[in-house]
Ligand binder design. Structure first.
Ligand code: GLA
Length: 386
């Protein structure tokens, strides 16, 4: 955090009052289950966003981001942030202020410097990292005390209501509750970490970023959520006790197949399968059976292709290549889908070689470049008062 403190002082001519840090996240298993009150195995990554802050007078907030490529400065007036402006990264910060206000918490004017190495628009939740780093910084400077899970809910409300994406709680929750060198087994009915699961020694996660973002990602995402809700509503007619797709097993779904619109059925099949795969995956990891876990990752991707239809040719190409390169136990798309990243569970001793071979093979097949990252699993968000 030393760099961001020095940078803040250079830009604003004074020291920050607090510095927060919120990581990006990886969805390891359990795709689109979060908003169905389901189960996910996820992790916070070491890549994170740092947010240095000091209060200012008046109503103008000044925010400077800096990366290797230079600086970008945004100013906004606290009296003029009611709605998001297209293509403005500071929407995530303004959205946090607006949603906190709606919950009775006031954020005053401030100056802030932000640094991040979470890849943008890749499926590693750079937006959640920005929301949570901003929220934790505000908590110190403006004395806002909230339970940790409520910070995740505020971040989700920014996405749902300020940005218009009907996402679940996974991204903000994982950024907050992540634990170094562990996967977190999350239950989105309880909005709690069931338990943490150590990553098996000798293995690591490789992320392959296609750097592709297909059009209509947000509207496709929202449509998937509607499909899931439609399926749950129909299934309730047969099973009045269910509250969400979380309560439906694969067998229950098959027994009610004819009641459902076919597309809704396919979406529900993905969700019920994913919940079961998370349960099986945790059991496999806890038994030291990494091979079974890898197979579940491949099955998850297959279900994204066949049932949830949230994959794309670039992601499919990477998962197919993963099957032919030695050292990989499993691979799948991770996050919303429709572009972004795949994650690969790899024998650590082969990782460097694996990344090279994946990049070369992908280039040969598609003519395009990917970026690979050997991902270390880091701690959840924190804030330090200076
Ligand atoms: C995105 C959303 C999350 C979650 C995943 C899919 O990352 O923001 O809430 O739904 O997609 O699991």
């Amino acid at each position: 955090m030393g760099d961001i403190i020095a940078k803040f002082s250079e830009i604003f001519g004074k020291k920050p009052v607090a510095v927060s840090r919120a990581p990006g996240r990886l969805e390891i298993l359990g795709n689109h289950t979060d908003y169905n009150e389901g189960l996910v195995l996820s992790a916070a990554v070491e890549q994170a966003t740092e947010f240095a802050i000091a209060p200012a007078s008046g109503s103008i907030c000044t925010v400077v981001t800096f990366t290797g490529n230079g600086e970008s400065k945004v100013e906004f007036d606290l009296n003029d942030i009611d709605s998001a402006k297209p293509g403005d990264w500071s929407n995530y910060i303004k959205g946090m202020i607006v949603k906190l206000r709606e919950h009775g918490h006031q954020v005053g004017a401030f100056e802030a410097a932000i640094w991040s190495n979470v890849p943008l628009s890749a499926g590693m939740s750079s937006s959640a990292a920005l929301e949570i780093s901003a929220g934790f910084a505000f908590s110190v400077v403006f004395g806002i005390e909230l339970p940790k899970a409520d910070w995740a809910r505020i971040g989700q409300a920014v996405e749902n209501q300020y940005m218009g994406v009907q996402s679940g709680l996974l991204d903000q929750f994982s950024s907050i509750f992540g634990e170094k060198d562990h996967l977190i087994y999350c239950d989105f009915r309880e909005v709690a970490v069931k338990r943490t699961v150590p990553v098996s020694p000798g293995y690591l996660l490789v992320v392959a970023n296609t750097m592709v973002k297909h059009d209509l990602v947000d509207s496709d995402y929202n449509l998937r959520r509607i499909n899931c809700e439609n399926a749950a509503a129909k299934l309730k007619e047969k099973y009045p006790e269910i509250k969400a797709l979380r309560d439906v097993t694969p067998d229950m779904l098959e027994a009610a197949k004819d009641l459902l619109d076919h597309q809704d059925y396919l979406r529900a099949k993905h969700i019920t399968g994913e919940n079961q795969r998370v349960i099986d995956g945790v059991a496999a990891l806890e038994a030291g059976d990494v091979e079974t876990f890898g197979k579940l990752m491949f099955e998850s991707h297959r279900s994204s292709v066949d049932n949830f239809e949230n994959s794309c040719p670039e992601l499919d190409c990477l998962v197919e290549l993963a099957k032919s390169i030695p050292g990989c136990l499993g691979a799948r798309l991770s996050g919303g889908g429709f572009g972004g990243i795949t994650i690969h569970l790899v024998d650590a001793s082969e990782a460097g070689n694996y990344c090279e071979r994946l990049e070369t093979a992908y280039k040969l097949q598609t003519g395009k470049e990917i970026q690979t990252i050997e991902c270390a699993i880091g701690p959840g968000a924190s804030v330090e008062t200076l």
